[in-house]
Design a protein around this ligand. Structure first.
Ligand code: CA
Length: 230
């Protein structure tokens, strides 16, 4: 499945070049010309990485990066800053905004793609293999075991992948289309209501101890996995 990258860049020539290069590299792209629009797109696009220009009209890239790293819902999204000069890069580093990497303009599309892949690789393995826990619900990606207070829960492969995805991305709303893309992969054609079927099965399997309540329906949007049982 393709990783989604949110490109935030006000200069249209650079933005178009970047979008073209990243699409060619197989990424799925959403683009915005300023931080306000990018902020509005974050929920709907659920990006795997944000490529963020440092000089933007309105809220600067640096301030937007800081905001992304402060918010619970966006903190885990890797951010790569684009800077015009190496002095800016030093400044960005000095600001300690929590960016995961920095790329100085001008850059080659090839270099940019390599840096993005490296950051995504760094972001992925750690969360993929470690056992995860939410309110006594454990998921071990290594052994494919799911337990609630030590008791094994029997899940089908799709429900397992769905739960694994949710546990890696708590407190974020995903539409059915996004879940299909992220959990099933965007190369398969499945109707959106299939998602509801698997959500129902997953909830049923998690009813012990009320963990079904972790999976919340967000009216008109999709689903959200809560970080704790409410
Ligand atoms: Ca700019």
């Amino acid at each position: 499945m393709a990783d989604t990258i949110l490109v935030v860049e006000d200069e249209s020539a650079i933005r178009e070049m970047v979008v073209f290069a990243l699409e060619r590299a197989g990424f799925s792209i959403v683009a915005a010309a300023d931080a306000a629009r990018a902020q509005a797109m974050i929920v709907e696009s659920a990006p795997d990485l944000v490529l963020l220009d440092w000089m933007l009209p309105g809220l600067s890239g640096v301030d937007f990066a800081r905001r992304l790293k402060k918010e619970e819902a966006t903190r885990q999204i890797p951010v790569i800053m684009l800077t015009a000069r190496s002095e800016e890069m030093d400044k960005v580093k000095g600001f300690e905004v929590g960016a995961d990497d920095y790329v100085t303009k001008p850059f080659s599309p090839r270099e940019l793609v390599a840096r993005i892949k490296a950051v995504l690789r760094r972001a992925a393995p750690e969360v993929n293999d470690k056992p995860m826990e939410v309110s006594g619900l454990w998921l071990d990606p290594g052994s494919h075991r799911v337990t609630i207070r030590g008791e094994a829960i029997d899940l089908g492969p799709t429900e397992f992948r769905l739960l694994h995805f949710f546990m890696r991305h708590p407190e974020r709303v995903y539409s059915r289309g996004q879940l299909l893309d992220k959990v099933w992969g965007n190369d398969v054609y499945i109707e959106e209501r299939t998602v509801d079927v698997h959500i129902r099965r997953l909830r049923k399997a998690l009813t012990t101890g009320g963990h079904d309540r972790l999976i919340q329906t967000v009216r008109g949007t999709g689903y959200r996995f809560s970080a704790k049982i409410s």
